[in-house]
Design a protein around this ligand. Sequence first.
Ligand SMILES: Cc1cc2nc3c(=O)[nH]c(=O)nc-3n(C[C@H](O)[C@H](O)[C@H](O)COP(=O)(O)O)c2cc1C
Length: 143
Amino acid sequence: MVFVKGAEAKAKLLSCVAPGNVEKTRSAPVTAILAMDAEFHEQLPKLFPHADARSWFAGNQPLIDESAFRNSSLQCAYFMMAARALGLDCGPMSGFDKAAVDREFLAGTTWRSNMLCNLGHGDAAALYPRSPRFEFAQACRIA
Ligand SMILES: Cc1cc2nc3c(=O)[nH]c(=O)nc-3n(C[C@H](O)[C@H](O)[C@H](O)COP(=O)(O)O)c2cc1C
């Protein structure tokens, strides 16, 4: 995670977000770049020491990519749960130039951006009401 907070870094980030995300990103006290490690399997000897988990992934790029994206997205959701538990509001965003964010903030690392998340306290007067959601039967089936 890269917590973008300083004025210079924030200005750089604003040049990477979609037009509709500029103002909310500018006004958020902090914007987190939630990233994944494209070589996460190199960390498995430390993080998963009870098996040779590195060997399950090394050399299998499709499995690396799929697993990195899945687990990073899970982490994004947990990140928002933790932030909300602290009383913060979250504004997750897909609307940004991923290549530009990676170039500006993650160059020289094996990290790749997944999503951005504004953190702060939403302005109740400016927030949209919650959009419609599917009923159970529209999104689920029991097998
Ligand atoms: C794929 C996807 C991309 C999104 N991208 C943006 C975005 O770029 N900017 C934004 O303001 N909201 C974006 N949203 C919407 C919000 O992040 C969020 O879904 C909305 O506030 C509803 O949140 P709730 O489900 O907690 O009520 C996106 C939602 C989805 C599903």
